[in-house]
Design a protein around this ligand. Structure first.
Ligand code: SP5
Ligand code: ZN
Length: 341
């Protein structure tokens, strides 16, 4: 399995995350990618390459171009306005408000944010661009006839919507990669999101499209971030009706229950007719993840990889969440091992 990794992820190194009413050191930090890369190499995945150069052509098909312009310029605008700290949204266009984009940078950042957990910093956009390029390079690797690739994306992407950042995500790497596979000629593709958190950004981007099936297994949004999307009755709209599936699950969910949902999602991906799977892989489903509440063990990640490979489709794995504990590396490596078993 080819691994695609960019050193540029280190440019995303925020000092603050608004968490429990305090500004803490972010859970989503550079050590994550370093630990995952080391463990993946240790497990024998030694074909590690840097991403190819890619512009924003594909990203513009899944994100609002004005949003991408915002991402490219927000830090400079924030600094120019004289703000001292990292850029954090604090006012939002909620119910019964206008969707006009403010010119004031505080208003603008609120307009484009879906959560205040994510500070924007110098270098965040450059890192997000490199992360996206990892996904695109992985999509190209599948198009070249290979069955598997692992895009070690950092920052993650699945909470980034059509015109929204948050949940540590800026550009939706998996969505951009799925679009690339479509542009390469795949008639239908699936994004399978196994991160602990609902893939609200991915669902948003493809909700009205019938060519990309989206499925997400996650902590019930009644109890877990991102709170406002991810319920079982969200099935898609218009041409996308029937092409979105959510599997919200309760606190303490173990492998037995979780894998039943995975099997159902895979069966639906098959009957949809997907030609490839983009796997949004978060290992924050681990029993000792610091911000989540599922009970998967390290061995379960091997089972996960095997089950997913059992669908018989090419799989591009894009890294999403998974925090804090040393096992994040092993857990990711185990999924890759299971895929190739
Ligand atoms: C990619 C990804 O996994 N993003 C997750 C972003 C979650 N940010 C908000 C986390 C809130 C967690 N609150 C749980 C407190 C447990 N003590
Ligand atoms: Zn997550």
């Amino acid at each position: 399995m080819r691994v695609i990794y960019s050193e540029d992820h280190k440019l995303r190194d925020a000092k603050t995350e608004l968490h429990d009413g305090q500004l803490v050191t972010p859970f989503e930090a550079p050590f994550r990618a370093e630990w995952i890369l080391a463990a993946v190499r240790e497990a024998g995945f030694e074909d590690v390459v840097a991403p190819e150069a890619h512009g924003l052509e594909t990203a513009r098909k899944v994100h609002d171009p004005a949003y991408l312009d915002f991402l490219a310029t927000v830090w400079e605008r924030w600094v120019a306005a004289g703000h001292k700290g990292e850029a954090i949204a604090n006012s939002f266009p909620v119910r019964r408000t206008s969707q006009r984009v403010p010119e004031n940078i505080v208003g603008m950042i609120g307009h484009y944010a879906n959560a205040a957990d994510t500070s924007i910093t110098k270098g965040s956009y450059q890192a997000a661009r490199a992360s996206m390029r990892c996904g695109l390079t992985g999509a190209d690797w599948l198009h070249a006839g290979n069955r598997f690739a692992f895009a070690l994306c950092r920052p993650p992407g699945h909470h980034a919507g059509f015109d929204l950042f948050g949940g540590y995500c800026f550009i939706n790497n998996a969505a951009v990669a799925a679009q690339r596979l479509r542009d390469h000629g795949a008639k239908k593709v699936a994004v399978l999101d196994v991160d602990f958190h609902h893939g609200n950004g991915t669902q948003d981007i493809f909700y009205q499209r019938g060519d990309v099936f989206t499925a997400s297994l996650h902590g019930d949004p009644i109890h877990a971030f991102p709170y406002f999307l991810g319920h079982a009755d969200e099935r898609g709209e218009g041409e996308g009706l029937g092409a979105n599936r959510n599997y919200p699950m309760p606190r303490g969910t173990p492998w037995e229950q979780w894998s039943t949902a995975l099997a159902d999602a895979l069966a639906r991906i098959r009957s949809f007719g997907a030609e490839a799977i983009v796997l949004s892989l978060g290992v924050d489903t681990f029993e000792r993840d610091p911000i989540s509440f599922f009970m998967l063990t390290s061995e379960d990640y091997i089972r996960m990889g095997k089950l997913i490979a059992g669908a018989g489709l090419p799989v591009l794995t894009c890294m999403e969440g998974g925090y804090g504990v040393p096992e994040i590396g092993l857990n990711v490596a185990n999924v890759l091992t299971g895929l190739e078993a």
